[in-house]
Design a protein around this ligand. Structure first.
Ligand code: ZN
Length: 390
């Protein structure tokens, strides 16, 4: 079976000073346009994307300087504003308190998009229409049969520039077999627990870095607003944040590659994303945001299939008996069939079962045999150390 998949690669770009100022001007133009659109939405209510594109044409008539920018790129701002207003409506529907659509602040607006046209990557340079030829480091090869659809240029908090290149690729889908399939349960206590009993703990390195992060955060809070020292602290904070992000990404790449090597298909739970964003604890939020990235990576390295999250922790993976348990209870104990298993392991097997069920494959009994918790924990801990010590 042949399928078309989308993959995004991120590359660092090195603009010269002239290009740098052009990049900043482009960001500025996009933000200005975006805020004009927000203003219109606030005043007149919901606008379709066509409305917004028409509005953009009107804007250009009075603001001739907008012609200095790639027109398709500016149109992507309509798409963005449209997405923002829809997201707000969705939040409201989900019972969240929502106000007006927010204007984009300077510090928050860091990306612009070239879609379908106006770009080319050639001989170590990224050509962007109306901006120029920027040096790009292609640290990895594009897969065969790829077509570049979109390039997102972004500026990181510490001032680095990147190009996120989205491609569509024609690939052959793997055959689904039990041996090459795995269910993964992601959690707070352990980063991942899979149906084969393999545990990947949360990386210690990340948790260690949360401390300096919190320290700088307190420093920022103590210092006077708009003071030089505060700005310095804010910059330091952003550098640490970026470092955490990079390390987390590295960790996720390692774990996902490992799974992609071993398996063709990976099943995960469909997570309620809104619920995860809601919590305020620093540690949680840092770890949380890794899950989405992790599943993205799995999706392009192997094949990812999401299954409904319903009852995966409750049901007994061997006999299907419902064993409700609170979050504090770490072990699954089934009174009907006598299965004793780590709760996350039980959930992972259920995820695998559900996933295979989608393809009409039944998990045979021997794969669901009792695995005493102690043994599975010990063996998997040894294997897992390779990850916690990177
Ligand atoms: Zn049971």
């Amino acid at each position: 079976m042949i399928a078309v998949i989308t993959r995004t690669f991120q590359f660092r770009i090195y603009p010269n000073s002239q290009q740098l100022s052009k990049l900043h001007q482009t960001l500025g133009a996009c933000r200005w346009t975006y805020n004009k659109m927000v203003e219109k939405i606030r005043k007149e209510g919901f606008q379709t994307r066509n409305d917004l594109n028409y509005f953009l044409t009107e804007l250009k008539e009075s603001e001739q300087w907008l012609y200095d920018h790639h027109s398709k790129m500016l149109q992507m701002v309509s798409t963005q504003a449209d997405g923002a207003q829809k997201a707000l409506i969705q939040l409201h529907k989900n019972g969240y308190k929502t106000g007006n659509l927010k204007f984009a602040r300077f510090s928050e607006y860091n990306t612009f998009v070239y879609n379908q046209s106006g770009f080319e990557i050639k001989n170590g340079f990224l050509y962007l229409s109306k901006i120029g030829k920027i040096r790009i480091i292609l640290h990895r090869q594009f897969p065969v049969n790829h077509t570049i659809k979109q390039i997102t240029i972004s500026k990181s908090k510490s001032g680095r520039w990147h190009a996120c290149v989205s491609c569509v690729i024609d690939t052959i889908l793997p055959k689904i077999s039990i041996a090459k399939s795995v269910g993964i349960d992601v959690g707070i206590k352990n980063f991942a627990y899979d149906s084969a009993g393999f545990v990947t703990p949360n990386p210690l390195n990340l948790q260690k870095m949360l401390k300096p992060l919190a320290r700088v955060q307190r420093k920022i809070a103590r210092r006077q607003k708009d003071s030089k020292n505060r700005k310095k602290a804010v910059r330091f904070y952003q550098i640490i944040h970026e470092r955490i992000r990079n390390r987390r990404k590295d960790f996720l790449h390692k774990v996902s590659s490992l799974y992609a090597e071993k398996y063709n298909v990976v099943f995960v739970e469909r997570l309620a994303k809104l619920n995860m964003v809601k919590n305020h604890s620093l540690a949680r939020s840092v770890l949380d945001s890794g899950w989405g990235m992790f599943t993205n990576m799995l999706d392009y390295k192997a094949m990812l299939v999401e299954v409904p999250a319903k009852n995966t922790t409750v049901d007994c993976s061997r006999c299907g008996n419902a064993v409700p348990k609170s979050l504090a209870i770490r072990t699954h104990r089934c009174d009907v069939c006598g299965l004793v298993l780590d709760r996350d392991h039980n959930a992972a097997i259920n995820i695998l079962k559900k996933g295979l069920g989608i393809f009409n494959i039944k998990l045979p009994q021997e794969l669901r045999k009792v695995t005493p918790v102690e043994i599975s924990m010990r063996s998997s801990k040894q294997e897992a150390t390779s990850f916690s010590e990177w």
